[in-house]
Design a protein around this ligand. Structure first.
Ligand SMILES: NC(=O)c1ccc[n+]([C@@H]2O[C@H](COP(=O)([O-])OP(=O)(O)OC[C@H]3O[C@@H](n4cnc5c(N)ncnc54)[C@H](OP(=O)(O)O)[C@@H]3O)[C@@H](O)[C@H]2O)c1
Length: 315
């Protein structure tokens, strides 16, 4: 890998279509901008129309190829996910790169998605599990499709709470976040394995941005002294963080470079900051048993099944 790889080193993306979830803000916006600057047709998959329109202007200003578009997508709603997938299938046709980037972190109050899942597990993992399945037909029309899922250093502290993955008994906000980010890694490993087993060219990889200054740290929701503490914590984290453009580099490398085999995990060189390099992951993320169990749990909870060309051989 080059030592100081930047967005300027992204290969020509003309003729490629990329879908980026959560593209109206932070790392997603920078990813969409950089891909469009290299000529890709970029779809900004966003839940908020107004924020999406503003982001579209930024990405359009950087684009050197086809005009970027907004794809309405709420990952906290399985019906909206199906609708977005249908739109991609019918109107877009082929997707070369899907960047599963959107996320929420450590929500102070336990909230649920439209389908009753914990908001972090539901958005960060189950939403992307269902959305990737919805986009799969379009991905499989591309010659070398790639799915990049954005995890976090927080995955090191993650375990899957098999007894209560939606945190119905006790809600532990940071553990819920870590669980969802470990789930991103297990999902990547299992998706890559299943794609290979089905004889497809699809490659699934993961990336993390270290500590990057984005809206992820606008935690809010606290009251009184806790709100002051949360505000200070947010200011301290953002002050220490690298710029969002830098944080987006590992996922951009994962999305565009040829030397990225399936199930690679990329992060910043100094883990919290720096240029992209291959990185280590929580040992649990290597467990095939856990990856397979999470896949089955995700199928059961969402009712979503992946339609592979040779389904019968997938176990
Ligand atoms: N920043 C970091 O230091 C850091 C560290 C580790 C991992 N990450 C990961 O990086 C990814 C991007 O986060 P970021 O740092 O760029 O934060 P951000 O600026 O808060 O961006 C998050 C994006 O996700 C979108 N999103 C949230 N819920 C959604 C939903 N239900 N449906 C569709 N989109 C939704 C947000 O949309 P709205 O604007 O409408 O809320 C926003 O566009 C996340 O997966 C996060 O876990 C970030």
């Amino acid at each position: 890998m080059p030592r100081r790889w930047t967005a300027a080193d992204i290969p020509d993306q003309r003729g490629k279509t990329a879908v980026v979830t959560g593209a109206n803000s932070g790392l997603g916006l920078r990813t969409a901008e950089a891909l469009a600057a290299k000529g890709a047709h970029v779809l900004l998959a966003c839940r908020n129309e107004i924020k999406a329109a503003a982001a579209l202007e930024t990405v359009a200003a950087a684009a050197t190829g086809p005009k970027p578009e907004v794809l309405p997508l709420d990952l906290a709603d399985l019906t909206a996910i199906r609708r977005a997938g249908d739109h991609v299938d019918v109107s877009v046709g082929q997707v070369d790169v899907l960047v599963n980037n959107a996320g929420v972190m450590a929500l102070p109050r336990h909230s649920r998605t439209a389908d009753g899942f914990d908001a972090q597990f539901g958005t960060n993992h189950l939403g992307h599990f269902a959305f990737t399945a919805a986009v799969l037909p379009a991905l499989l029309r591309a010659p070398t499709p790639r799915v990049v899922t954005v995890s976090s250093v927080a995955a090191w502290g993650g375990v899957i709470n098999w007894l209560d993955p939606n945190w119905r008994q006790v809600y532990l906000r940071w553990l819920a976040y870590s669980q969802s980010k470990l789930a991103n890694l297990l999902f990547t490993a299992e998706l890559n394995r299943r794609a290979r087993q089905a004889g497809t060219e699809l490659v699934a990889v993961a990336a993390h941005p270290g500590l990057s200054a984005t809206h992820l740290y606008d935690l809010g929701g606290e009251r009184g002294a806790l709100a002051t503490l949360a505000g200070l914590q947010q200011k301290a984290l953002v002050a220490l963080a690298q710029p969002d453009r830098m944080g987006a580099l590992p996922q951009l490398y994962a999305a565009t470079m040829p030397d990225v085999p399936g199930n690679t995990y990329l992060g910043p060189g100094f883990e919290f900051a720096g240029y992209p390099r291959r990185t280590l992951r929580n040992p649990l993320a290597y467990s095939r048993t856990q990856a397979r169990a999470l896949w089955r749990l995700s199928e059961r909870l969402t009712g979503v099944r992946y339609e592979w060309p040779q389904r019968s051989s997938i176990g």
